[in-house]
Design a protein around this ligand. Structure first.
Ligand SMILES: Cc1cc2nc3c(=O)[nH]c(=O)nc-3n(C[C@H](O)[C@H](O)[C@H](O)COP(=O)(O)OP(=O)(O)OC[C@H]3O[C@@H](n4cnc5c(N)ncnc54)[C@H](O)[C@@H]3O)c2cc1C
Length: 416
């Protein structure tokens, strides 16, 4: 199709290559809406965290291709770019520049969000706005330039791409929130745990959550409508066979979670899920499990342990559980109770230990792992969840102990 159109003769390959880069970038941009659209069929084979990492790399790829598209034209076909001044430039070229600005801003604000202290919610609203304006600008550019879009044979392609994209936007921002509104939940209990964690129990007022695996998570909205962009991901800390009531154990780590832990019984809630792959159910052939948790990273682990408990699963589990202090170890008593029914060995690792503490203390490292993980456990699934530095240190220690990389999986709480 690119070949069939008018193009300058002398450096035709570069011209076509530049156009190809532009179209490839547009395809990648459209793909981003699918990647972040919480489509279960897409996230379930890999896990939502991996899909978000992929989304991040694809974004860099898309902006790289746009720059290549622009750079080639700038170096070899400058007259085609016309004027830069938006007041006098051709509109279809100005929208292209607007699109590039939007996509570049999206990447910059995402990469630097924490450094420039941009609040998560403000970033999220900005990200959605920039994505929509950037994509509309890209479409307007292609249609305005008209070289390829004017060909009748290409119309079904453009129409199809635009419809699929608009469908994604309408589905994720209008239809899905509307579907969630039909199945509200109510907070029925708010129980305080150790370490400042609150466990909220929710009762369905519509359809209960359909089959979820232990360790999966859902996007939870509390006290707001589902389109308020106030939904946050939290692990469903109840085992699936304990439904239809479900619970979330939340640590107040920011503005919204600090509000969420104050939810009173009767507060309305919306639950979008389940998502995630951090589950013992993916490891039916495992001989046993090594689980390593830090702080509130215990939530998916406890959900998995509850499942093993209620299924009377006889496989051994070694849990290494790091916290600032022993007092902060959420679910400490519940873990002891689970250990009555499951072959569970718990290794508490308080960073600061009391004087009379005979167990481990400090940070998780290779030596500590070696002391508690016999050689026979190397092939067991190793499930890690906690702060990023803890996950990195534990994964490094495990690899040094020659644990196969494919036996290590982790749940990242910091998706973006
Ligand atoms: C798969 C998964 C499971 C989680 N399970 C639990 C759990 O069981 N218990 C628990 O206490 N915490 C859990 N978290 C972390 C929890 O989502 C964040 O602590 C919470 O969203 C913070 O929101 P905030 O507005 O209070 O803080 P903010 O200061 O606004 O955000 C703190 C950080 O949390 C992350 N975050 C915030 N909102 C979102 C969002 N909507 N989507 C993705 N990331 C977000 C961002 O990286 C942000 O920098 C989980 C996170 C993920 C990704």
């Amino acid at each position: 199709m690119l070949w069939g159109s008018d193009r300058p003769d002398a450096t035709a390959f570069l011209w076509d290559f530049s156009m190809g880069c532009g179209f490839a970038a547009l395809i990648l941009v459209l793909m981003q809406f699918a990647l972040t659209g919480r489509i279960r069929a897409l996230t379930s084979p890999y896990g939502a965290d991996i899909v978000y990492v992929f989304h991040r790399f694809v974004s860099w790829g898309a902006v790289g291709l746009i720059l290549l598209h622009f750079g080639i034209l700038y170096l070899w076909y400058q007259p085609a770019l016309g004027e830069l001044n938006p007041l006098t430039a051709r509109w279809e070229l100005t929208v292209a520049r607007l699109g590039l600005l939007c996509f570049a801003l999206m990447i910059l604000t995402s990469e630097l969000r924490k450094r420039i202290a941009l609040p998560y919610r403000a970033w999220r609203i900005l990200h959605i706005l920039l994505a929509v304006v950037g994509t509309l600008s890209a479409f307007a550019h292609v249609l305005g330039v008209g070289k390829y879009s004017a060909m009748t044979a290409a119309w079904p392609l453009w129409l199809g791409a635009a419809t699929v994209w608009a469908g994604f936007v309408v589905w994720s921002r209008v239809l899905r929130p509307r579907a969630l509104m039909r199945d509200p939940w109510r907070v029925v209990a708010n129980d305080r745990e150790r370490g400042g964690v609150h466990t909220l129990t929710l009762r369905p007022e519509g359809r209960p959550l359909r089959s979820w695996k232990p360790g999966q998570f859902a996007w939870l909205t509390l006290g707001n409508a589902p389109w308020a962009l106030r939904d946050h991901p939290f692990t469903i800390s109840t085992a699936p066979d304990r439904g239809p009531e479900i619970s979330f154990s939340i640590k107040p780590l920011g503005d919204d979670s600090a509000q969420m832990v104050k939810a009173r019984p009767g507060t309305i809630a919306y639950v979008d899920g389940p998502f995630g792959t951090f589950s013992v159910d993916r490891e039916v052939d495992a001989e046993g499990f090594v689980m390593i948790a830090g702080g509130v990273g215990i939530t998916p682990i406890i959900a998995n342990l509850h499942a093993l408990q209620s299924r009377k699963d006889a496989r051994p589990v070694i849990l290494i559980y790091a916290n600032s202090t022993l007092q902060d170890a959420s679910f400490r008593e519940e873990l002891d109770a689970i250990a009555q029914d499951v072959r569970l060995t718990i290794v508490h690792v308080p960073e600061e230990a009391p004087d009379d503490w005979a167990g481990e203390s400090g940070l998780i490292d290779q030596d500590l792992l070696q002391r508690h993980l016999p050689e026979a456990t190397r092939s067991w699934p190793h499930m890690l969840c906690g702060p990023a530095p803890m996950i990195a240190a534990a994964a490094e220690g495990l690899i040094a102990l020659r644990t196969p990389a494919n036996a290590i999986s982790f749940e990242v709480f910091d998706l973006v």
